[in-house]
Ligand binder design. Sequence first.
Ligand code: KIV
Length: 280
Amino acid sequence: MPAFKNINDFAKSKKDKLPISMVTCYDYGFARLVEQTDIDVILVGDSLGNVVAGYDSTIPVTVDQMIYHTGIVRRGAPSKFLVCDLPFMSYHVSVENSLRNAGRIMKESGCHAVKLEGGEDFVPVVSALVKASIPVMGHLGLTPQSVHKLGGYSVQGRDEDKRKVMIRDAKMLEEAGAFSLVLEMVPEDLAKEITESISIPTIGIGGGRYCDGQVLVINDLLGMNESFTPKFLKKFADLSSIVRGALNDYNSEVKSGTFPAENNVFKSEKKDEPGKVYSK
Ligand code: KIV
């Protein structure tokens, strides 16, 4: 399937049973790398609160920070379908306030869609955003903005009541016009049931094998945080060791005087230089 251009590509992926790949991204360097891959969708997640800013939750993240990071990612990955998280309290106060915040994010960041956490309570917001031509991705299961209400970062929907509520919420989000739905840390059989009961694609993170797509946090899948090892995560690289190794090599070479070497220095006579970027 060619690169995702709009929300119709999500529906097409589900219809054609082609799994959707989504990855978070927060900065220009990684965005440029994602741009050179076949990843379908980039999410500028409010997980940037944890991953980039070092907070212990996503709660402190602001609309301005989301706009700043999403604009950066837009410039690094101009061809990718881009989703921006609505941060905590940007869509909780009123429908009007939600429209203003989401509208600002769309206008100022260059994203194609927004994502918000929650079910029934947020259906009026989802409907209003969709009516205002702002595509909405839903998010059920573990909703990190509600960490204090949930009592921690744990699997959601294991008991029968919560299971029923989640299935009902998924259907309500679909009816309200959401074009896709993230399912975070949900038992595989529940994610499967939801995936089969709605026509919009589900995108799992800890949602198992039967979701219509998968999403991971880029830093996690690249192995940049050794102490973060949830069951759902597969580390596709070990960047922690690579980066540490490179930094230690640099340090050793500075200390031993092997860096800079002959080919890293500028000469008064410009013609002696290889003449690449920064050759003045
Ligand atoms: O903020 C985020 O990165 C997310 C993903 C985990 C889905 O919401």
